[in-house]
Design a protein around this ligand. Structure first.
Ligand code: ZN
Length: 197
């Protein structure tokens, strides 16, 4: 009978972003040779997360409940809605402690070449949320990459047509950069100096 367990493990690891066959093989050998206990923990953690983690019904970020802790927090300013691409970007904005409003996490960006359209990043839901009556200002904090800028433009125009105040993070965040990798001070500044879009 052909042996399949090891090739299947390598193939599964290879699906991770940035992991090729070589690194996937190294990871598989490492787990099986040096850290079987870690391998079992990893398998359990993956199953647990896949079964338990879903999207917040309000902001779309990952959560284990219907509504995430941030959206439930009564101290948050519900008049402000900050639009970010990923949970990592949201965490970057949170770390500045310069923002106390709520979020909408797109879980991506518009990318026509990759076939990612408005539906894939939940734009209908964002528009519904933004125009629900509570939100007065939408802050566009998508990344300063070409796709992030294009996404901000599309969202900004649509929301302005619906009569909302729309602002964009100020320049100072280097062009081409992703918020996740920008230092806290720069993001905090860009938030304070945000300008009308
Ligand atoms: Zn939420």
């Amino acid at each position: 009978m052909a042996e399949t367990a090891l090739p299947a493990l390598v193939e599964a690891l290879r699906r991770l972003p940035g992991v090729g066959v070589k690194s996937a093989s190294r990871m598989a050998y490492h787990l099986l040779q040096h850290d079987r206990e870690g391998a079992v923990r990893l398998a359990h953690a993956l199953t647990h997360a896949v079964e338990g983690v879903r999207h917040c019904s309000l902001c779309h970020t990952f959560t284990e409940e219907a509504v995430c802790p941030t959206c439930r927090d009564p101290r948050r300013d519900r008049a402000k809605l900050c639009v970010v691409e990923t949970p990592a970007d949201q965490a970057a904005v949170e770390r500045t402690q310069a923002y106390a409003g709520l979020y909408f996490v797109l879980m991506g960006r518009l990318s026509p070449l990759d076939g990612i359209g408005p539906r894939d990043i939940g734009l209908a839901k964002l528009f519904e949320r933004a125009t629900g009556g509570e939100v007065q200002e939408v802050i566009l904090a998508t990344n300063f990459t070409a796709e992030g800028e294009a996404t901000a433009h599309v969202i900004g125009e649509a929301l302005k047509q619906r009569g909302l105040q729309v602002t964009r993070l100020a320049r100072g965040v280097p062009a081409g950069s992703e918020l996740e990798y920008v230092d806290l001070g720069t993001i905090a500044h860009a938030l304070v100096d945000r300008r009308s879009s």
